[in-house]
Write a protein of this length. Structure first.
Lengths: 462, 301
């Protein structure tokens, strides 16, 4: 596992202090180099992120009056996106479970993509929370030990803990695996496997706690449902895998990393189940709201049918339901889901469908009618849309760069120079075998062969 | 080869510099925000961690700020809860005519934003024969009292079991020994979780800095009540603690032309509020939520 001559602890530590900065430098190089498509993509994301940053800076300066939130609808697009991003982060773990619990080898190859997604999504969560704060300058009040942390009473403090914990766990796992690959060593399971299993439980916890934020409020009947947490988990396991299946196809086309088809099949099978479970729970919720009736149903009525001449959210929710039903039908009909373009359309639509369901379909109607039964409609302002686009762009940048570094470490394209590290030359390294595997796998997969050729072409051109 | 690499490094460094410059330009409006604040404000501790000297300094700073930003000389004092006092409020729905003078008085007394005509009190016009708020409205614009209607002012219920304080992640809002729920305006981070948690729409957020002409500012101010709130924090009714902890009555009560409002110390057996609780059939709003309001409603007839 380790180089044959095991050095003493001291020299090991010294070596890491030398090699780790080099690793970071290599990672930085990797993150800032690529094909023309990569540059265009990153440039576009940077531009959007800057627009978002500017809109946010204006919001901080002139106050949140630049949003369309009110005392009646006091949370809007930011918290909706926060909730959705938590789901995306939790959904990444849907690769970890098959890979490690069921020992699915195909999934094992690509599991790091789910972990990178988790990191990017959590970064987005944190940015959305900051965007929603009236006083971001007082952020330090939330730091345990320095500020005043209302734990365990406030669900929001639980969220601070689980979200940051999940970020650290995934940073550790991904960082460790990449570093070891870069060193040319086989990762030691002792140093990452316990954290992988911890991350499974932790993923469930982040979305459960986020659901408890809302379902724990007795004054908001629309949220005050025990079904909220299970619904969040089910929809998270739709969006996370859907995003990964789409990303895997991009990875196949643009890198020489071998993506086994088995992994994609497993993920699609997962979505097949979770998409239907998610729809089923929606039906269950709608039934108990409407059959009993009473004032409890006011928010649901406003959302699905309109209330007292107000119909602002009705098109949103029916669009979401349409998208989700369409996706479920495609996924459950083999003749349809075999068509790659149709499958991809279904995945994109259900991704958007769940996004609507959690935002305009859940956060906003929780406030309408207000607790004094006043109907104040809400539609996000331009500032809110800009900030949202900026955060998504920043999240995609983290995802792209993280993926690029991770995959290049896995394929051996990013590798330490053995002479620099003072390792005996000619030592067989784990990375070489991984690269061999890639070659074999690519040859076996007809889809991968041309993409490898294309990538080498691109690199040759550079 | 190595020349190629160093050329790339140069290009990257140039790109990074450009990116950093663009970012600095994008977030430039933050400078406007930092101008309005300072290190001392940034480092202000939580109200309950302030010693007497800290408080004096904080108050001096706040008074100075008010003079500088609003052009008004004000006196801010820190009114502490008195011993053996539990405030209670009762409202006679048979007498209330829905004139909303209480809401106006609150607006003046508590230095609310003038543009939004903010107030801690909202008055519902309800249909006779129904307690369903769904059938009531706050947006009535006609002579009052109207036929077949009754009126229900709603403000902070100063719950004994307040959901708003439980959810605050930074303990910026809490219940004091006399039952009043207060907000530390220097500690609130503006997440608005309390606003979502309150079942009575009692909390307000300062979506922008309040605007009040200097001559309209109420100069008698409490540190935890009606002093002018900063932008981006939550505020709420404090039963006018700067008055009531000083032996006076809430502004909304004094403004009421029909005498519908009864306020007092529930621990004092001779108080009027105790008489109402003992002799009237009182009820509280949304009792089923278990918030145990200290704000009671009753009908005479």
């Amino acid at each position: 596992m380790n180089p044959p001559s095991t050095p003493s602890h001291e020299s090991k530590a010294v070596r890491h202090t030398v090699s780790y900065p080099r690793f970071l430098l290599d990672a930085f190089d990797e993150a800032t180099e690529g094909s023309r498509v990569f540059y265009v993509w990153m440039f576009a994301l940077t531009a959007i992120a800057l627009v978002g940053a500017h809109a946010w800076a204006n919001q901080v300066a002139s106050g949140m009056a630049v949003t369309n939130m009110t005392d009646q609808v006091s949370w809007g697009l930011y918290i909706a996106n926060f909730t959705f991003s938590v789901g995306l982060a939790a959904g990444g773990v849907m690769m970890v479970i098959p890979a490690y619990v069921y020992d699915d080898h195909d999934m094992h190859r690509v599991v790091i993509i789910g972990e990178v997604l988790a990191i990017a999504a959590i970064v987005m969560c944190l940015m959305f929370v900051v965007a929603d704060l009236g006083r971001p300058d007082r952020f330090w009040h939330l730091l345990p030990g320095i500020g005043r942390f209302n734990w365990p009473m406030s669900m929001l403090t639980w969220d601070v803990l689980v979200l940051n914990g999940y970020l650290l766990i995934n940073l550790h796992v991904v960082g460790y695996l990449i570093y070891q690959r870069w060193l040319g060593r086989e990762p030691n399971p002792k140093w990452y496997l316990p954290f992988v299993f911890l991350s499974i439980a932790w993923a469930i916890s982040i979305h459960t706690v986020t659901a408890f934020l809302y379902s724990g409020l007795g004054g908001r009947p629309f949220w005050n449902s025990a079904l909220l947490a299970p619904r969040f988990i089910a929809s998270a396991f739709v969006t996370g895998p859907a995003f990964i299946v789409l990303s895997l196809q991009v990875v196949r086309r643009t890198t020489r990393f071998y993506v086994p088809s088995g992994a994609m099949r497993t993920l699609v099978s997962i979505i097949r189940v979770t998409a239907v479970v998610n729809l089923f729970m929606l039906v269950a919720e709608v039934f108990s709201e409407f059959y009993a009736g009473g004032s409890h149903v006011a928010s649901a009525r406003y959302l699905f049918l309109g209330l007292h001449g107000h119909y602002e959210l009705v098109p949103w929710i029916w669009t979401a339901i349409g998208f989700n039903v369409f996706a479920a039908v495609v996924l459950l009909t083999p003749a349809l889901s075999e068509k790659r373009w149709l499958l991809n359309t279904a995945l994109v639509l259900t991704f958007v469908g769940v996004w609507i369901e959690k935002g305009m379909g859940l956060i906003v109607p929780g406030f309408i009618p207000s607790t004094l039964h006043e109907i104040v409609p809400y539609a996000p302002s331009l500032t809110e849309w800009k900030v949202m686009a900026g955060v998504w762009a920043a999240g995609l940048m983290v995802f792209t760069v993280g993926l690029r570094i991770a995959l290049h470490a896995m394929t051996g394209e990013m590798r330490a120079d053995p002479e620099d590290l003072g390792a005996p030359a000619g030592l067989p390294t784990a990375g070489d075998t991984a690269a061999d595997e890639d070659a074999v796998g690519s040859a076996g997969e007809e889809v991968d062969a041309p993409s490898v050729a294309r990538v080498s072409q691109l690199e040759g051109a550079e | 080869m190595s020349e190629d690499i160093s050329r790339r490094r140069m290009l990257k460094a140039a790109g990074a510099t450009l990116g950093a410059a663009a970012f600095a330009r994008a977030v430039a409006p933050l400078a406007q925000f930092t101008e309005s604040t300072n290190m001392e404000e940034f480092l202000t501790q939580h109200y309950r961690e302030l010693g007497p000297e800290d408080k004096t300094r904080l108050i001096a700073r706040l008074e100075e700020d008010t003079l500088r930003k609003y052009g008004a000389e004000v006196t801010i004092r820190d009114f502490l809860p008195q011993e053996n006092v539990q405030f209670g409020y009762a409202l006679n729905l048979s007498v209330c005519i829905g004139c909303r003078r209480c809401a106006d008085a609150c607006h003046q007394e508590n230095n609310h934003d003038r543009r939004t005509n903010q107030s801690y009190i909202r008055v519902l016009e309800m249909e006779q024969g129904s307690m369903d708020m769904e059938r009531g409205t706050m947006h009535y614009d006609h002579a009052v009292p109207a036929e077949g209607k009754f009126y229900m002012p709603v403000q902070c219920q100063q719950c004994e079991n307040p959901p708003c304080t439980h959810v605050c992640p930074v303990e910026a809002t809490w219940q004091e020994s006399d039952g009043i729920v207060v907000v530390d305006y220097n500690w609130c981070i503006g997440c608005r979780y309390c606003e979502a948690a309150c079942p009575y729409h009692a909390r307000r957020f300062n979506w922008s800095a309040p605007e009040i002409p200097a001559e309209e500012i109420n100069p008698d101010q409490g540190l935890l009540s009606n002093r002018i709130r900063p932008q981006g924090v939550v505020e709420k009714c404090t039963f006018c603690l700067h008055r009531t902890r000083d032996g006076r009555l809430p502004a909304c009560l004094e403004a009421c032309p029909t005498g519908a409002r009864v306020f007092g110390n529930m621990l004092d057996p001779d108080s009027e509020i105790r008489w109402v609780l003992a002799n009237k059939r009182v009820f509280v709003l949304k009792e089923e939520l278990g918030t145990r309001p200290r704000f009671y409603y009753f009908f005479d007839t």
